[in-house]
Design a protein around this ligand. Structure first.
Ligand code: GLN
Length: 497
């Protein structure tokens, strides 16, 4: 998936690289997503082909129905025995060619279940014509018709709309689409996505779902958690300006979880976090200061490839020297280490093997090198230079041990953490001693002590680089400690400047 087209790649604890939607589910439900929570057409087809090669179908003719649809149904069932409700989203638009096998599979799935065990909710759009001042219900009617023609009758319609839906329109939709009027639920545009749970409650979505399942009367929901979140979003007591110095700055979705985690950090500090996207490439060859002055904190996110890295290294230098709070994530940590090696430790040509591999020639002293072997839980993982690019990353949750005297141990309130990874390259521990002498402390390490997980600058108010992705675990009602404290440091900085 290209970050330019699809936005960020969301990584689960068990190491699945998935769509960013799964991140939203995790942030809203608080339930950690797993590999078995998301699937693509590609994965379904490749499993069917593998099974065919293995002879699992015993020489039968392989068809979309039943082989592909059965595979989708099997996928749906994985892990469903531990839960009361299972929510299954089919992405895309009704009528997409890619979606058809999935629609057929969920139709069959509901058919296989006892009556009332499965309901269908359909998300539609009610466009507003400003010229005539009317909401158009036709697109909704059409997509419902399309669904009905493949045997799926929605129980609930969630209608995206910029404007309130007049009763007359609501009744029309209900009648023509064959749903009850109180099952036509408005989804109005909101200031913040975190207002959605309360907004849906006000529109009666929760009641409509319970009604459709015949669960009533039901106890009143406790929404105090979301009321607190909404209050914090809507009533900040100040604002901080944070620069994200990255590569995919044209597409904000490429850093979706970072943006959300910063919002969560803002909520816990009761400040609004204004994020500015700064393209690192712009100051690859010039002074970074004019581009970075005035921000209360700088964040360098993860990334791949050499483009823009000289600018990121300069951003790390600027933050270190000017004592501006800095959070380096994955590539952002590697850049901070390269910066310290070059400017504090006199390794003038310090760099990452990633960039030499890309360029096909050796130019740098590899302070960051390609990892070929590591420990995951109780076993050893090995990789080759020429393994498939798709399968060579250190992915998913890994433990780290923190130095009890470090800033990060204070922030986490613990010396044992578990965070999600997605990278091929690692900071080389050979440089530890010389960098620590100059004030770049290796304050978090893999439990075997071989892989640097966190670095921090001594005598700096807040300079931390992490090899993992803390943003993936932040929730609105449980902001990640690193983001909470990073925004706190930015808030303090905003009082100084
Ligand atoms: N490109 C770097 C690596 O593979 C960093 C990856 C990242 O930032 N997620 O190690």
């Amino acid at each position: 998936m290209s970050p330019f087209e699809h936005g960020e790649v969301f990584v689960t604890d068990d190491g699945a690289e998935t769509d960013l939607d799964l991140g939203h589910y995790e942030r809203f439900t608080g339930v950690a997503a797993r590999m078995t929570d998301s699937v693509s057409s590609g994965r379904i087809y490749s499993t069917v082909l593998e099974k065919e090669r293995r002879g699992d179908y015993l020489g039968k003719t392989i068809q979309v129905v039943p082989h592909v649809t059965n595979e989708i149904k099997e996928f749906l069932k994985v892990g469903d025995d531990e839960v009361d409700f299972m929510l299954c989203e089919i992405g895309g638009t009704v009528g997409d060619i890619e979606g058809l096998p999935f629609f057929e599979a969920i139709r069959q799935f509901s058919h296989d279940k006892p009556r009332g065990d499965c309901i269908f909710m359909h998300l539609t759009l009610l466009p507003y014509l400003a010229a005539s001042g009317e909401l158009k219900t036709k697109p909704t009617q059409h997509s419902v018709k399309e669904l009905q023609s493949i045997g799926i009758a929605p129980d609930i319609l969630v209608c995206r709309s910029e404007h309130p839906i007049p009763d007359k329109e609501r009744e029309k939709i209900a009648l023509f689409c064959n749903v009850r009027p109180d099952a036509v639920v408005a989804a109005y545009d909101l200031n913040s996505i975190y207002e959605a749970p309360l907004a849906y409650h006000a529109q009666g979505l929760d009641q409509a779902v319970l009604d459709a399942f015949n669960i009533s009367p039901a106890p009143q929901p406790d929404l105090s958690k979301w009321e607190d979140v909404q209050d914090r979003v809507n009533n900040p007591e100040g604002a901080v300006n944070v620069a994200i110095v990255g590569k995919y700055t044209q597409l904000e979705d490429a850093y979706k979880s970072i943006k959300e985690a910063l919002t969560h950090g803002g909520m816990s500090n009761r400040v609004k976090v204004n994020v500015e996207w700064v393209d690192a490439e712009v100051f690859d060859h010039e002074d970074a200061a004019p581009h970075l002055e005035g921000y209360h904190a700088i964040l360098v996110p993860g990334g791949f490839g050499e483009r823009g890295t000289e600018g990121k290294i300069k951003a790390a230098q600027f933050a270190r020297e000017r004592k501006v709070p800095y959070l380096g994530i994955c590539l952002g940590m590697q850049m901070a280490v390269i910066e310290a090696a070059r400017n504090l430790s006199n390794v003038a040509d310090a760099g990452s093997e990633e960039f030499d591999h890309e360029a096909g020639k050796k130019r740098f002293t590899p302070v960051v090198y390609h990892l070929k072997e590591w420990v995951q839980g109780n076993h050893r993982v090995r990789r080759n230079e020429d393994d498939d690019k798709g399968g060579t990353m250190r992915l998913g949750a890994y433990n780290a041990t923190l130095n009890p005297d470090s800033l990060v141990a204070k922030i986490y309130g613990s010396t044992a953490i578990e965070e999600r990874h997605r990278h091929r390259y690692e900071v080389d521990i050979q440089f530890r001693e010389q960098l620590e002498e100059k004030g770049l402390l290796f304050s978090g390490m893999s439990p075997d002590g071989r892989l640097p997980e966190i670095v921090e600058v001594k005598d700096h108010p807040w300079f931390i680089g992490v090899q993992f992705h803390p943003e993936l675990k932040s929730k609105p009602f449980a902001p990640h400690p690193l983001f909470r404290d990073f925004v706190r440091a930015a808030k303090e900085m905003s009082r100084l400047v």
